[in-house]
Design a protein around this ligand. Sequence first.
Ligand SMILES: O=C(O)CCC(=O)C(=O)O
Length: 226
Amino acid sequence: MMTVNSTITRLNQRTAPIDLGHEARLWLIPGILGDAATALFHTLCNQLPWDRPRVRVFGREHPVPRLTCWVADQGISYRYSGLTHEGRGWPPALDALRRRVTELTGRTPNGALANLYRDGDDSMGWHRDNEPELGAHPWVLSYNLGAARDFAFRPYGSGRQSRVIALEHDSLLIMSPEVQTHFEHALPRRRRVREARLNLTFREIVGAGPARERERSFRQDPRATS
Ligand SMILES: O=C(O)CCC(=O)C(=O)O
């Protein structure tokens, strides 16, 4: 099993990290699949069983501003938008990408949350990926296809955006565990963007249970707003 330090060493050998402060680091690796990326984009857009969950925000229910799909090992579940989503295995179309992500990072994620932003009107609100089932050291490996979009960070609790990174087609953004402790991230609306973008955040689910269910049932899903 890769430790936090061995993952950092491996990534530093490939590319210099972007330091957000508080030991929160990002690594951005462009062009990880090459020519195969465009075909993968179209296959996933057409073949993943996309859903558009409805969430309750300030007492009113509305659909999230994007399409979503949970892909994971059989039985690996993840709770978002008020529902538990069960893993049913991986589509063969993702085999090469999963191998490549593991080759680059040494990590072996067992699930991925896919989000499809149909154009620049679709977005994701400020949040952290720090759910209990991601464990104490959540690595998030975020792969991007389609239109380039800005990805924003701000210190947790500050309310002021501190960094924006453009995420381009076929790039992999790796967030160290401290990113989820000290920073929130968001995909802001960008009206000028007319093309679709697909993102897969690979995650390692290490456990779920009553504590997580309790926490989520009292919390509004922050991803719901844009
Ligand atoms: O689409 C993105 O790049 C953001 C995805 C994200 O923040 C998430 O899945 O938690």
